[in-house]
Design a binder for this molecule. Structure first.
Ligand SMILES: *[C@@H]1O[C@H](CO)[C@@H](O)[C@H](O)[C@H]1NC(C)=O
Ligand SMILES: *[C@@H]1O[C@H](CO)[C@@H](O)[C@H](O)[C@H]1NC(C)=O
Ligand SMILES: *[C@@H]1O[C@H](CO)[C@@H](O)[C@H](O)[C@H]1NC(C)=O
Ligand SMILES: *[C@@H]1O[C@H](CO)[C@@H](O)[C@H](O)[C@H]1NC(C)=O
Ligand SMILES: *[C@@H]1O[C@H](CO)[C@@H](O)[C@H](O)[C@H]1NC(C)=O
Ligand SMILES: *[C@@H]1O[C@H](CO)[C@@H](O)[C@H](O)[C@H]1NC(C)=O
Ligand SMILES: *[C@@H]1O[C@H](CO)[C@@H](O)[C@H](O)[C@H]1NC(C)=O
Ligand SMILES: *[C@@H]1O[C@H](CO)[C@@H](O)[C@H](O)[C@H]1NC(C)=O
Ligand SMILES: *[C@@H]1O[C@H](CO)[C@@H](O)[C@H](O)[C@H]1NC(C)=O
Ligand SMILES: *[C@@H]1O[C@H](CO)[C@@H](O)[C@H](O)[C@H]1NC(C)=O
Ligand SMILES: *[C@@H]1O[C@H](CO)[C@@H](O)[C@H](O)[C@H]1NC(C)=O
Ligand SMILES: *[C@@H]1O[C@H](CO)[C@@H](O)[C@H](O)[C@H]1NC(C)=O
Length: 588
């Protein structure tokens, strides 16, 4: 008892002195995880050298559930992915619809183990269908080691956004968002995270009346159980609300000052702010993360989708917390001082200059759409040093019905767009031998939203225009010639296909394909001979509104397909000198 009192006294004094000492003397630049990193969940783990770890949603992207780590809350490194092997959760290979896949992971640390609770959603099934919601638990003792992450343990819940909480009596609860078309509400059940056994689900709060109460987390502080939720849907009305109770089971009383965080009805460039999580640093300061879309209230141009942002939170005793509103620059608590070993991870925001050297492996931030066929992506095959060889899939980026890709998959690999302005370019050696065989670069958002510049073998007569700066070199016959083709697929209006014959002298040469975001709203798609870049010509300039939609964010990458043709005769493509150059971040 005496010892406890001492500790309490010590804590009180530290608390008082820190409260007096700590002012907002650091700056956070948002987003902290630019590009497709929605639904963040973050923790602080003293046992791992005072490191912060964040997880985010990955939908159908694989590897899935990226983990980023930081010691100073300024520099974030990608340290790996929770979902890194097909055997962990084979069902990701079978999802339909681009809004399916991994929704909203919650990362937590308890007694030596990292836990990751999330939902694999089959979004083409009705919300009432129990099998639509595959709720799963992963665990790891070493989050840096891919093999440490377990296979999924399933648990039963008709909903999503599930989050674990350890009560002081040792009981563990999972809180989640019940399927809102069935009835919206936050539910909770006692759970065994090892086996996936769950008790009865009970509704603990229905939110303040906003659409789709979801993304719940529980925190215990000052003898209260605080419940944080997102409401209003993940669009412009998104917000964060809180309630609290003296008992984990409720009743939960709403914060009279809800919402605690939102940018709804503001003119901020950062919109859709919601789906938050809170964590404490070693100085005793609270921080919040949330998702946000850099779109302004017009909400038209936001190809990077929902990104991870951070802010300072003050949480006075016995009160609900106060969040500083989200902005591009936020005055915040002192940055924690890193100590111990450097974080072993990858800073993907630095850009790419990748040569696919012999014996190298693909960088950790490269991503596929669902599970890849690994043999379709080979580095430096004999006779082709410093290349990535792509073997074609019969299915193109749209695939069967724009939703499913079947077991044969799609040959596509890319990296997230992380900058408002950038240039992404590759060299392509590709000599298509049959009609419709194609390889190229894409701004890929979903199977129903992608902008592609490909080299494709087509009938001479299908050209829509001469190559820029050239006269039409086809002569009206039905011979097949390689064309540069722009094709845009979207629910939002996109330009017609542009099909231009490749100048004859380039047809057997290595080409350079480039996608450049020269401003906030448009991409330029260009092609030219790799050895003579001054000859590069822009084939089309396209509004990025066509890839501003839904839950994901754009991925820039390369693809190779027969567009439905027999792959046994397919032509391989060789990619090299992969460059992604960050050129500017718009934050207001
Ligand atoms: C911010 O304040 C802390 C003490 O609260 C101090 O250690 C740190 O150096 C200060 N940082 C800056 C940038 O002034
Ligand atoms: C996805 O759609 C395909 C084809 O329509 C179907 O065979 C498959 O069962 C569906 N997958 C799921 C998980 O519903
Ligand atoms: C913590 O884990 C250890 C073994 O790793 C176990 O013996 C102990 O019971 C656990 N403590 C709690 C509170 O779960
Ligand atoms: C999950 O719930 C369904 C439907 O209520 C039931 O049929 C099934 O047995 C449950 N599974 C487990 C593992 O409890
Ligand atoms: C939540 O709403 C449902 C009806 O949709 C109601 O049955 C339930 O009592 C409410 N629960 C709470 C905790 O308010
Ligand atoms: C934004 O304004 C609309 C219309 O006045 C209102 O319905 C909504 O509740 C507001 N949202 C927030 C989070 O204040
Ligand atoms: C690649 O690895 C193989 C086998 O490990 C080795 O024989 C070869 O020399 C390596 N090549 C290069 C370029 O490092
Ligand atoms: C294109 O055709 C026009 C007339 O047919 C000709 O005058 C011009 O020189 C040609 N340009 C090129 C680049 O071949
Ligand atoms: C016209 O097309 C035919 C058949 O593809 C080809 O043999 C011929 O070389 C072409 N002529 C020109 C001028 O392109
Ligand atoms: C971006 O560039 C395109 C094409 O040059 C132009 O039409 C558009 O207005 C520009 N957008 C902005 C925001 O400047
Ligand atoms: C994709 O391939 C199918 C055949 O599998 C074809 O009908 C469709 O036009 C192609 N779509 C795109 C966008 O390439
Ligand atoms: C492959 O191409 C050859 C000629 O180029 C053709 O004879 C053969 O039928 C094709 N095979 C398939 C499976 O398409």
């Amino acid at each position: 008892m005496y010892r406890h009192l001492l500790i309490l006294a010590f804590r009180l004094t530290t608390c008082l002195t820190t409260a007096a000492k700590h002012s907002y003397n650091s700056t956070i630049s948002n987003p902290i995880l630019p590009g497709f990193h929605p639904d963040p969940s973050c923790i602080f783990v003293p046992e791992w050298d005072d490191t912060f770890f964040c997880a985010s949603s990955s939908f159908n992207a694989f590897p899935g559930i990226p983990i980023h780590a930081s010691k100073d809350l300024q520099t974030w490194k990608l340290i790996g992915h929770v979902l890194n092997r097909k055997e962990q959760l084979p069902a990701l290979g079978e999802t339909n619809r681009s809004t399916s896949g991994i929704w909203a992971p919650s990362i937590r640390y308890n007694n030596g183990t990292f836990w990751l609770v999330t939902t694999l959603v089959d979004d083409d099934r009705p919300q009432t269908d129990f099998s639509r919601w595959t709720n799963v638990i992963f665990k790891a003792t070493d989050p840096y080691k891919a093999s440490s992450w377990s296979n999924a343990v399933h648990f039963n819940f008709t909903g999503y956004d599930t989050s674990p909480f350890w009560d002081k009596d040792g009981k563990v609860y999972i809180t989640g968002a019940h399927a809102w078309q069935v009835f919206p509400g936050i539910q909770q059940a006692e759970a065994n995270l090892e086996t996936g056994e769950v008790g009865l689900w009970t509704t603990i709060w229905n939110g303040t009346g906003g659409l789709a109460p979801e993304g719940p987390h529980i925190y215990y502080k000052d003898d209260y159980y605080y419940l944080l939720v997102a409401e209003g849907g993940t669009g412009l009305n998104h917000m964060v609300s809180m309630a609290r109770s003296k008992s984990i089971h409720g009743p939960y009383q709403a914060n009279p000052r809800n919402p605690v965080l939102t940018n709804a009805n503001t003119t901020s460039y950062f919109q859709t702010v919601g789906h938050a999580d809170i964590f404490l640093d070693s100085n005793g300061n609270y921080w919040g993360v949330a998702l946000s879309t850099r779109s302004g209230p017009d909400y038209i141009n936001y190809p990077m989708g929902r990104e991870t942002v951070m802010t300072a939170v003050s949480w006075p005793k016995n009160e609900f917390p106060h969040f500083t509103p989200i902005n591009g620059k936020i005055n915040a608590w002192p940055s924690p001082k890193p100590h111990g070993r450097d974080i072993q991870g990858y800073i993907e925001t630095a850009g790419d200059d990748i040569s696919f050297a012999p014996n190298s492996s693909l960088p950790p931030h490269f991503t596929y759409w669902r599970y890849p066929h690994p043999e379709a992506y080979t580095i430096s095959t004999p006779g082709h040093p410093n290349t990535l060889r792509l073997t074609p899939s019969a299915l193109n980026l749209t695939a069967l019905n724009g939703n499913y890709a079947g077991p044969t998959g799609q040959t596509f690999i890319g990296r997230r767009q992380q900058d408002t302005l950038f240039t992404y370019s590759i060299n392509l050696s590709f000599s298509p031998a049959s009609l419709n065989h194609e390889a190229g670069v894409s701004v890929f958002l979903t199977q129903n939203h992608h902008l592609d510049l490909g080299i494709v073998l087509l009938p001479a007569g299908s050209a829509t225009a001469p190559f820029p700066g050239r006269n039409l070199t086809t002569n009206g016959t039905d011979g097949l010639i390689p064309m540069a083709r722009f094709r845009g697929i979207s629910y939002i209006p996109v330009p017609e296909d542009v099909i231009v014959p490749l100048p004859e002298e380039w047809r057997s040469e290595k080409l350079r394909l480039e996608i450049k975001a020269a401003n906030m709203t448009h991409y330029d798609f260009s092609v030219g001979p790799a050895e003579e870049m001054s000859e590069m010509k822009t084939v089309i300039t396209v509004n990025n509104a066509a890839v501003s939609w839904g839950f994901t964010g754009t991925i820039l990458g390369v693809y190779c397909t027969t567009n439905g043709g027999d792959v046994r005769n397919g032509t391989e493509a060789y990619v090299n000198e992969w460059k992604y150059v960050p050129q500017g971040q718009f934050t207001d």
